[in-house]
Design a protein around this ligand. Structure first.
Ligand SMILES: Nc1ncnc2c1ncn2[C@@H]1O[C@H](COP(=O)(O)OP(=O)(O)OP(=O)(O)O)[C@@H](O)[C@H]1O
Ligand SMILES: [Mg+2]
Length: 571
């Protein structure tokens, strides 16, 4: 809000003027009533007096409307501006979150949290504009006017406002826990909905519609109960407020009649007090609404604020330097790692990959091959040990500079729901169209893209679902080719390709690998054979290393693999 403080000041200044007008108008009505009540008889001149008062009232009303319109006009520009700015900051914060955070959260729930966050600002801003500030101004002004009638009214009104606000604060503070529960459950519900819907294929495949519905019925049923409970709490609040209001109405009007019967105030004064009383009911009811809404909005925003205030798991060290890759030597030294407490994934792994060396990582599924890559990219930090690139500890350099030096094709490539052109260019945003075409040709995706009716302008569907697994992999490879970083990591990058396209791509990749340090994770031996060194992993440890020829001579995991794959299938 700070950058817009002058506009915000103007918004409230015009509201102030409007509220003052609102308090002055009843004073003119009082004069009108008094004039009528005291008229001995009706004549031309008294008619003029009445019309003059009426004209003043109309003019004041026009003025008040103008003030509030100006205020609304400015707010109409400023409020959305701030709200969208908040939405942008949540977008940024969510994208900065660590890999672990992202894999542990439902994206649907995160999106909802972000939206609720910016919406809650809107609610609070509306309350301040329509309720809190006008209430403060008009209550003060009304008290000033009333104090000239009798101090009893002032006393009653102050006590009333005080009780009302204190009651509401205490009640809302107590009820906020239920609001928070409701907000959490709402996030869970949308998370479930999102998870379920994005698994539509699985639901059909395993004919589990009833089970999914059951799961959703349970979670949404809980939400329903929580909403009902918050509503009931509101009804009780409303009831108590009404009882207070009725009591105040009785007391104030009772005293007003007494004063009038003693001749201390005029009929106009009674009307004035009555009309102020109704404004006060309105204004103070508004405050109660605000207190309730603010607590609700705070509950809504809380989840997002917690994310914004939480420390990022992976952060740049203070004064982190840029990573300088001169030779591309990678060193894992005594690396231990686990995702949680339960199971150790890497168990004292040490591995040195020389400059421009090409190594293959092989081993059974789940041994931690992809994990090694995630550590190298610093998606996670190691529990113990070091990873160095050209002698620089990767935890000491800026993350962006680290990731900028590594081209990575993941095991399951996910694409943006944007055009193929944009997806490939994601590898290097300043690449020209021709460079994109060239990379696609090398990755052998140019062929299938050219056959699409929209060509490079075709959208690939959410997460890239409209492409086949192999096509998606080729797009991811093109993206990596375009990035052209000194370190290249391929995690099962060609696993979804048929042998023919794979052999084409191998050629292109061979070209790409030149003068680069390369880590290839693969199950297919055809891919692995050509590497400088093969590293065989088992249960988070390296059990063997050597070239294809060397490893074949030994009796071990590698030879077994080779025999199964190359030697045909045993009967
Ligand atoms: N984000 C995660 N949180 C918790 N555990 C994980 C996470 N990612 C992977 N794991 C576990 O870590 C182990 C190693 O996983 P990793 O992906 O490194 O295996 P991999 O060797 O690449 O296997 P594959 O050949 O099947 O790709 C697995 O048992 C897996 O269940
Ligand atoms: Mg893997």
């Amino acid at each position: 809000m700070r950058p817009n403080r002058w506009s915000i000041f103007a918004i409230f200044a015009f509201i102030f003027l409007h509220e003052i007008v609102q308090v002055i108008v009843p004073l003119y009505y009082k004069r009108l009533i008094d004039a009528i009540a005291t008229l001995p008889q009706f004549d031309e001149s008294s008619f003029h007096v009445l019309v003059a008062i009426l004209v003043s009232i109309v003019l004041l009303r026009i003025l008040g409307t103008a003030f509030i319109q100006i205020s609304n006009f400015i707010a109409g520009i400023i409020q959305p501006k701030i709200r969208i700015e908040l939405l942008r900051s949540t977008h940024r914060v969510l994208l900065q979150q660590s890999y672990r955070f992202v894999t542990n959260s439902f994206s649907g729930a995160l999106v909802q949290k972000a939206q609720r966050f910016s919406r809650s600002f809107g609610t609070i801003a509306e309350s301040a504009r329509w309720n809190i500030f006008p209430a403060i101004v008009s209550i003060t002004a009304i008290l000033i006017v009333l104090s000239q009638r009798s101090s009893i009214f002032v006393l009653v009104v102050i006590t009333w406002v005080f009780l009302y606000i204190v009651f509401n604060l205490i009640y809302s503070r107590w009820a906020v826990q239920f609001q928070e529960k409701r907000a959490t459950k709402e996030s869970e519900t949308s998370g479930f909905l999102n998870d379920s819907v994005s698994n539509t294929m699985n639901v059909k495949l395993f004919t589990n519609l009833t089970q999914e519905e059951g799961g959703f019925r349970k979670i949404s049923g809980e939400l329903q109960r929580l909403i009902t409970r918050t509503w009931n709490l509101e009804n009780i609040r409303w009831l108590i407020e009404m009882v207070i209001n009725i009591a105040v109405e009785f007391i104030v009007l009772y005293y007003a009649f007494q004063f009038w019967s003693k001749g201390a105030i005029t009929v106009g004064d009674v009307v004035l007090i009555q009309s102020y009383l109704f404004s006060l009911f309105w204004v103070i009811g508004g405050i109660a609404h605000v207190i309730r809404n603010s607590f609700e909005s705070v509950a809504d925003a809380k989840e997002m604020v917690e994310i914004m205030h939480s420390k990022l798991e992976i952060r740049d060290a203070r004064g982190a330097k840029e990573l300088r890759v001169t030779r591309g030597k990678i060193e894992f030294k005594n690396v231990y790692f686990d995702y949680g407490k339960e199971r150790r994934i890497l168990d004292g792994l040490s591995l040195t990959i020389a400059s421009t060396e090409k190594v293959a990582l092989i081993g059974p599924s789940g041994t931690g091959k992809s994990t090694i890559v995630k550590l190298l990219l610093r998606f996670f930090d190691v529990s113990k040990g070091h990873i160095r690139i050209d002698g620089q500890d990767i935890t000491k350099v800026a993350q962006d500079s680290l990731r900028g030096q590594i081209a990575f094709v993941p095991q399951d490539s996910i694409l943006f729901h944007r055009t193929i052109m944009e997806n490939i260019r994601y590898g290097r945003s300043d690449a020209t169209d021709d460079e994109v075409f060239e990379a696609s040709k090398k990755a052998h995706c140019h062929e299938f893209i050219s056959e699409l009716p929209e060509g490079y302008g075709a959208k690939v569907g959410e997460r890239g679902v409209k492409l086949s697994g192999g096509e998606r992999q080729r797009v991811a490879i093109a993206r990596a080719i375009l990035k052209n970083a000194p370190i290249l990591v391929l995690d099962e990058a060609t696993s979804s390709l048929d042998s023919e396209s794979e052999s084409y791509i191998q050629d292109a990749l061979g070209e790409l690998m030149k003068d680069k340090t390369v880590i290839v994770i693969a199950h297919r031996l055809s891919t692995i054979m050509k590497m400088d060194r093969i590293i065989v992993m088992e249960k988070g440890k390296i059990v063997d290393t050597g070239t294809h020829g060397q490893l074949l001579k030994k009796v071990g995991v590698y030879r077994k693999l080779w025999e199964i794959q190359a030697g045909g299938f045993k009967e």
